[in-house]
Design a protein around this ligand. Structure first.
Ligand code: F6P
Length: 322
């Protein structure tokens, strides 16, 4: 193996830069030439290639986003699109590809492997933390802390005006982000897609906490299928609660900003492990961290097997909201 390629794909996540840095510098330590493709799979198909030597990744460990750029590419989902990508990789002399991204990106990597025989390894990079095979994905910890900072601020105004706030966080059909943020932020309740929403029950929880003397409340709502679900929920609950309410959608603010120490460390470890995995001859796996140990999971398992939401944490939110 002489040359490996790396790209970032799907939604950007804080820590992706730290991860590319780790890939490039571990590659150099192993005597490999490392090339990067800009703009995810779209840039791969278009041959947007850059040489990444150790100096090319200086001063990026602390930067949010991805300096390589990223995309969600409909064309790469087609056989023709992937054929273009395979030609580009072959003419670049790439012996292997590292894909940093989420579920959609891993589907693409798996298709590429099956159609070309090119070796590829995935690294979990998504604020959603919804991939099976890793306790944490790169960007999750930063997104939790960013949302938490916003909630702490919202709490100030909620308390001052004695209001109820519905705060919607991202998470793409899963409640990992919402649950972590809700528990850390002292929410009255957390609404996640994994548990059927019961507006009447939520009204009851909020009314009872009001009668126990609480003058303001925060409900953390996972976006679920589409952004804006918190508005629907607030409409269903509002008339049953004697408190003025507001809805805040945190949106893309959760994806930006410098990565936390935890994300930088995770990104560095996973980036190095991915290079070693490729150099060791493996393909079609995601490198993850399970119980603080590096773990390899076949790419299809990362989306076919479902990571469990910790229900005991959900119950704890209720217990601590008395
Ligand atoms: O997968 C990351 C994520 O931020 C999800 O939480 C969210 O649903 C989605 O991406 C938003 O995607 P886009 O930036 O394309 O609107």
């Amino acid at each position: 193996m002489n040359t490996i390629a790396v790209l970032t794909s799907g939604g950007d996540a804080p820590g992706m830069n730290a991860c590319v840095r780790a890939v490039v510098r571990t590659g150099a330590a192993c005597g490999l030439r490392v090339i990067g493709f800009r703009h995810g799979f779209a840039g791969l198909m278009a041959g947007e290639q850059i040489l990444l030597d150790p100096r090319a990744v200086a001063n990026i460990i602390q930067r949010g986003g991805t300096f390589l750029g990223t995309s969600r590419s409909p064309e790469f989902k087609t056989v023709d699109g992937r054929r273009k990508a395979i030609e580009v990789l072959k003419s670049a002399g790439a012996d292997g590809l590292i894909v940093i991204g989420g579920e959609g990106s891993f589907h693409g990597a798996q298709d590429l492997i099956q159609e070309s025989g090119i070796r590829a390894v995935g690294i979990p990079g998504t604020i959603d933390n919804d991939l099976y095979g890793t306790d944490f994905s790169i960007g999750f910890d930063t997104a939790v802390n960013t949302a938490l900072e916003a909630i702490d601020r919202i709490r100030d105004t909620a308390a001052s005006h004695e209001r109820l706030f519905f705060v919607e966080v991202m998470g793409h059909r899963t409640g990992f982000l919402a649950l972590e943020v809700g528990l850390a932020g002292g929410a009255e309740a957390v609404v996640v897609p994994e548990v059927p929403t019961d507006p009447e029950q939520l009204c009851k929880i909020l009314s009872e906490s009001r009668s126990r003397g609480k003058s303001s409340s925060i409900v953390v709502v996972a976006e679920g299928e589409a952004p804006g679900f918190a508005f629907t929920l607030a409409d269903q609950v509002r008339s049953g609660v004697e408190m003025e309410s507001r809805v805040v959608i945190l949106g893309h603010i959760q994806r930006g900003g410098p990565p936390t120490a935890r994300d930088r460390v995770l990104a560095s470890r996973l980036g190095a492990a991915a290079v070693e995995t490729l150099a060791g001859g493996r393909t079609g796996v995601m490198v993850g961290e399970v119980n603080n140990t590096m773990a390899l999971t076949p790419l299809p398992e990362t989306w076919k097997k479902k990571k469990d939401l910790d229900r005991s944490r959900l119950a704890l939110v209720g217990t601590l909201a008395v």
